[in-house]
Ligand binder design. Sequence first.
Ligand SMILES: CC(C)(COP(=O)(O)OP(=O)(O)OC[C@H]1O[C@@H](n2cnc3c(N)ncnc32)[C@H](O)[C@@H]1OP(=O)(O)O)[C@@H](O)C(=O)NCCC(=O)NCCS
Length: 175
Amino acid sequence: MEQSLAKQGVVLETSRLVLREFVAQDTDDLAAVLGDPLAMQYYPAAFDRKGVEEWIGKSIGRYQRDGHGLWAMVLKDSGELIGDCGCTLQEVDGKNHVEVGYHVRRDLWGNGYATEAAWACMQYAFGRLGASKVISMIRPENMQSRRVAEKNGMTCERIIFWREYDHCVYAKSRG
Ligand SMILES: CC(C)(COP(=O)(O)OP(=O)(O)OC[C@H]1O[C@@H](n2cnc3c(N)ncnc32)[C@H](O)[C@@H]1OP(=O)(O)O)[C@@H](O)C(=O)NCCC(=O)NCCS
């Protein structure tokens, strides 16, 4: 990766997207994603501004602790922040796994952005992070998210009760 991009916190590039580390100044743009009640219907609640600030703070903490986390999803063409996607460590059944997670601003759903970003993150997890398996924890009723996982070759291994809800454990092993 070019030195200049790395300096801007860029971690990954796809054909249409850049994934870069979050900074506090991203709060307004991310609030348009995580503050949307419809987008957050499978979470306990949509995030208020404080919740978005905490989300960004938690991501920055993960970069420092783990070297990775959820990154800002930015459109290459316009430089607009349209969501997040990345690799976080999640404990499932007492074991740490690399999880790929994603959120996209609602007016841009259906353009393939989550699938494109998640694919790049899966390759990053298998390659740079040396993961033998990548998971995504998805509520069974979240059909859009399940579709993203399935388009990227993940399969639902089982359904478990996790973080107060049933979740499909979507997984893909390194090929
Ligand atoms: C899940 C999410 C990130 C997907 O983002 P996206 O950029 O629209 O995803 P993509 O365009 O790459 O793919 C979405 C797929 O779901 C499909 N889809 C949409 N609604 C669907 C439904 N009700 N049932 C089945 N498939 C559906 C789309 O048609 C598309 O598949 P296709 O390419 O075969 O047509 C987005 O919907 C979102 O931000 N949701 C709220 C946050 C969330 O739930 N995150 C995941 C937590 S596990």
